[in-house]
Ligand binder design. Structure first.
Ligand SMILES: Cc1cc2nc3c(=O)[nH]c(=O)nc-3n(C[C@H](O)[C@H](O)[C@H](O)COP(=O)(O)OP(=O)(O)OC[C@H]3O[C@@H](n4cnc5c(N)ncnc54)[C@H](O)[C@@H]3O)c2cc1C
Length: 384
């Protein structure tokens, strides 16, 4: 078995997660409720502020430590999607926010007093083509007035702040289609009574996703992050951290499925033998392990580049794609290994299977990653 980095952090996270067993997650899953106690526990142990520099109250660890935390959460059968954004969203504020914004928000985010869990980019009519977003912020004195809508924005109902990508100049008036977008820090506690409507979307897994409608929502100009018109770049550079951390979660999921499948198949006897003695059962599990290890190597490469401040767009994309496919294959193999029991809720396999499927679509779909690799790494012509 592979030796993994940060053994102390991993052990501590595993102990914390042991208080949140399958029954806890199954109950929330059935009711589509948010894991408030789990988040409180992670927050007070300091894991959600692991990437916030010490001067703003966090522990200032590298991305590799955050990846270890999320991987272990998933391996323990828990669901980090309820909080992973809290780790990486703040990166946009940290890199591009003013000193005043950082001092005002980051210490409170680090202590858990403020939750920065929501990241509003996707819109119904733009889909993956972010440059076509229509949510518009018009300057009016000391405020921007925001109108438009967003879809699939996770955790909005469980967050105090949201980073919101808006257009501040119409696409047609920009030299480059990526110009003219800006990032606003929206205080959701005030927005709810002031022009923001939040509508939950029920999905196949428990993910707290919502649709947002902005109707003349005022956002103070002082909440603009960085420079007006440069928001697309700010969002893009936060996306590498997001993809890498989600890839680490997929590695945790793959390990969960492989661990369950190898143990179950070694115990379960049919025709007088453990089913895992049959190579038809054994080989897919071994294949899932090989795929997980290969993906893990890509994740490690992406993390090492990120932590040394080097460009890692392609590696972050490839890591996310390989890891999401490895976790999906491992999940499918696990269900097959469990036979009928794989479909029973009490075994948790079907829940984890539903949860891990998302990562081939969000935060970026496999096709768009392949397109990036083809055009950036292989120099092939762009289709869009
Ligand atoms: C549960 C959930 C949570 C989410 N959370 C958030 C969030 O918190 N914040 C946020 O901003 N967004 C969030 N998203 C949105 C997510 O990032 C998008 O769903 C994802 O990027 C895909 O966009 P889309 O759904 O509009 O698909 P589309 O862009 O409509 O694409 C649909 C399909 O077509 C393919 N496709 C599109 N264009 C091309 C092309 N040129 N070549 C080849 N294939 C193509 C895609 O790969 C995809 O498979 C979430 C989504 C889900 C489902």
């Amino acid at each position: 078995m592979k030796k993994r980095s940060y053994p102390e952090i991993r052990d501590a996270v595993a102990k914390l997660c042991a208080d949140f067993d399958g029954a806890y997650w199954r109950n929330l899953d059935t009711k589509r409720q948010y894991p408030t106690e789990f988040i409180k526990s992670l927050s007070s142990a300091g894991y959600l502020s692991i990437l916030i520099p010490e001067e703003y109250g966090g522990s200032g660890q590298p991305l590799s430590a955050a990846a270890a935390v999320l991987e272990e959460i998933q391996f323990a059968g828990c669901n980090g999607s309820s909080c992973h954004a809290q780790m990486y969203i703040m990166g946009t504020l940290l890199r591009h926010g003013s000193e005043e914004q950082k001092r005002r928000y980051l210490p409170k985010v680090a202590s858990g007093e403020l939750r920065l869990q929501a990241f509003g980019v996707t819109e119904p009519s733009s889909g993956t083509d972010t440059t076509r977003i229509r949510t518009f912020a018009e300057r009016d004195g000391e405020n921007y007035i925001v109108n438009g809508s967003k879809v699939w924005i996770s955790r909005t109902e469980h967050s105090d702040l949201m980073l919101l990508l808006v257009r501040t100049t119409p696409r047609e008036e920009c030299e480059k289609r990526t110009d003219g977008m800006s990032v606003l820090l929206v205080d959701l506690r005030e927005a709810a009574a002031n022009g923001l409507t939040i509508k939950p979307i029920r999905t196949m897994m428990n993910h707290s996703s919502t649709e947002l409608f902005f109707d003349d929502l005022p956002v103070p100009v002082e909440n603009l992050v960085g420079e007006e018109g440069k928001g697309f770049r700010y969002i893009l550079d936060g996306m590498n951290a997001e993809r890498i951390l989600i890839a680490a979660e997929c590695i945790g999921d793959a390990r969960y499925f492989i661990d369950r499948a190898s143990k179950y198949s070694s115990d379960r006897e049919v025709f007088g033998n453990p089913i895992g003695k049959n190579q038809g059962v054994q080989f897919p599990i071994a294949r899932a392990y090989v795929q997980m290890r290969a993906a893990e190597a890509l994740v490690s490469e992406a993390i090492a580049l990120f932590d040394s401040g080097e460009p890692c767009g392609s590696e972050a994309n490839m890591a996310k794609m390989a890891a999401s496919e490895a976790s999906w294959f491992a999940g499918d193999t696990c269900i097959q290994t469990y036979g009928g029991y794989g479909f029973a809720e009490e075994y948790d396999i079907e829940r984890k299977f539903r949860e891990t499927r998302l990562y081939q679509v969000a935060p970026i779909s496999t096709n768009l990653i392949l397109s990036h690799v083809a055009t950036h790494d292989l120099g092939m012509p762009k289709s869009f």
